[in-house]
Design a protein around this ligand. Structure first.
Ligand SMILES: Cc1cc2nc3c(=O)[nH]c(=O)nc-3n(C[C@H](O)[C@H](O)[C@H](O)COP(=O)(O)OP(=O)(O)OC[C@H]3O[C@@H](n4cnc5c(N)ncnc54)[C@H](O)[C@@H]3O)c2cc1C
Length: 417
């Protein structure tokens, strides 16, 4: 009997697919069929050859020098700063700077999120919000002082918007104040959840100018007297990322602290829209990681005398994760198309972020279950993915807030209050 294409797969006769070592799974053993990459729809093939090579270099570095070293930092809630020079070496500190296409930048974010969401958050906020804000809103002197060191990860920045009493309602709720004092400013207030807050050299702080009521952005070197940052411990997710509570106790700043282009909250809306889209790509990356860890485990782990991959329900979980991933990839490519056309609106970014992180959360839960007890152990990676996905589900606008943005756009009726 001639096997159908579906049954042929079980006999090892697939020979048209290739594994790309470094970003799929482990290369197939001699004599066994090669398996397709977890980037099943081959987004990388849309890059020009030189960017494909650059991406492959990033992926190889992450695979060899980063991925094996993450369980311990996650368990101990520490940032492995020793990994930062390597990330800088492959260009992850200056994704905006090398004349790279938007797709290359997005796939570089995907590559990192496939390995770890904490480092992905660090690098994403660094590129999208910290360097992005200084480049867009800063003076030549401010750029010269901070950007070169940031690009090399010799200094880290922190983007400080959320406060203890204002999360979802921060746009209208900023209580931290900036009061003119001589030719400078005095900063008073508190911030919460700030990524890299305890290790940053410079904090980009959004504070309300007490003279005109506008929310403006200030560059605060973290060695300025009156500034303190305390790590938030015991998190379920993004345990490698150092999130902090910050206090600004009469912090005295010079006249050069204000980012002149960020004189109102409107300045940052465009950046927050784009960073929300970036979180959508994080959802793609983590699902690629989830898919490859699940598949590798299902092929390796034996129960009832056969690999888990031989059980239909396990294959169903693999297929659902692959479907969620593919849906998110297609969605994010559409987001990118709108960005390239200058037509991306907050409703698109909110819908994409909410959908991608929701599906990533579902994928993590499916895969965790299909790995049994080892699915909840950090050294098997899936537990880390699962915890970390909770954080991206919440930051950059919670699931509910993004749903409300989409609902308002589609109905014309605001349901925020
Ligand atoms: C790991 C992590 C990293 C972060 N990093 C940063 C950072 O680097 N910089 C920064 O500035 N911030 C950061 N944040 C803050 C993040 O943006 C906020 O946590 C987020 O906006 C939600 O705010 P909240 O936690 O105060 O929740 P709340 O606003 O208190 O919300 C609690 C719940 O109420 C719901 N809710 C609130 N309002 C409404 C409404 N009108 N209708 C329906 N439901 C509603 C929310 O959806 C949520 O489910 C980070 C957060 C986390 C968890």
């Amino acid at each position: 009997m001639t096997p159908s294409p579906e049954t042929a797969a079980t006999t090892g006769s697939i020979d048209t697919v290739t594994v790309r070592p470094g970003h799929g799974s482990a290369p197939a053993a001699p004599g066994t069929p090669a398996l397709p990459d977890v980037d099943l729809f081959d987004l990388r093939s849309l890059l020009p050859p030189d960017e494909q090579e650059r991406l492959a270099r990033i992926e190889a570095h992450l695979e060899e020098h980063v991925r094996p070293h993450l369980a311990e930092p996650w368990n101990t809630e520490t940032l492995p700063v020793e990994l930062l020079p390597g990330l800088a070496e492959v260009g992850l500190g200056e994704l905006d700077h090398l004349g790279a296409s938007r797709l290359f930048q997005n796939l570089a974010h995907v590559a990192l999120a496939r390995v770890d969401l904490s480092l992905s958050a660090l690098v994403g906020i660094h590129n999208e919000l910290n360097i992005g804000s200084i480049e867009r809103f800063g003076t030549p002197e401010q750029k010269a002082r901070w950007v070169p060191a940031l690009r090399r990860f010799e200094a880290l920045g922190a983007f400080c918007l959320t406060e203890p009493d204002h999360g979802s309602d921060i746009a209208g709720g900023v209580e931290t104040t900036a009061t003119p004092d001589g030719d400078g400013w005095i900063l008073r207030g508190t911030k919460r959840w700030i990524g890299a807050g305890t290790v940053a050299a410079v904090a980009l702080v959004w504070a309300r100018d007490t003279t005109d009521g506008e929310v403006k952005c200030f560059l605060v070197p973290t060695d300025t007297p009156g500034f303190t940052a305390t790590k938030i411990t015991g998190k379920l997710g993004l345990r490698i990322m150092q999130n902090a509570d910050m206090v600004f106790d009469d912090v005295r700043l010079g006249p050069d602290a204000l980012l002149p282009g960020a004189g109102s909250f409107d300045a940052t809306r465009e950046m927050l829209r784009d960073s929300r889209a970036w979180v959508g790509w994080q959802g793609v990356g983590v699902q690629q990681g989830i898919l490859r860890v699940l598949r590798d485990y299902a092929l390796e782990r034996t129960q009832f005398g056969r690999p888990l991959a031989r059980f239909q329900l396990v294959q169903s979980a693999i297929a659902q994760v692959a479907g969620n991933l593919a849906a998110c990839e297609g969605l994010m490519m559409q987001v990118q198309r709108l960005q390239d056309a200058g037509a991306l609106e907050m409703v698109h970014a909110a819908a994409a972020k909410a959908t991608s992180t929701r599906l990533a959360r579902e994928s993590a839960a499916l895969a965790r279950d299909a790995m049994g007890g080892n699915g909840i152990v950090a050294s098997y990676e899936m537990a880390r993915f699962m915890g970390d996905v909770e954080a991206i589900y919440t930051y950059e606008g919670t699931q509910s807030i993004n749903a409300l943005i989409v609902g308002r756009a589609l109905t014309g009726v605001s349901a925020f209050v």
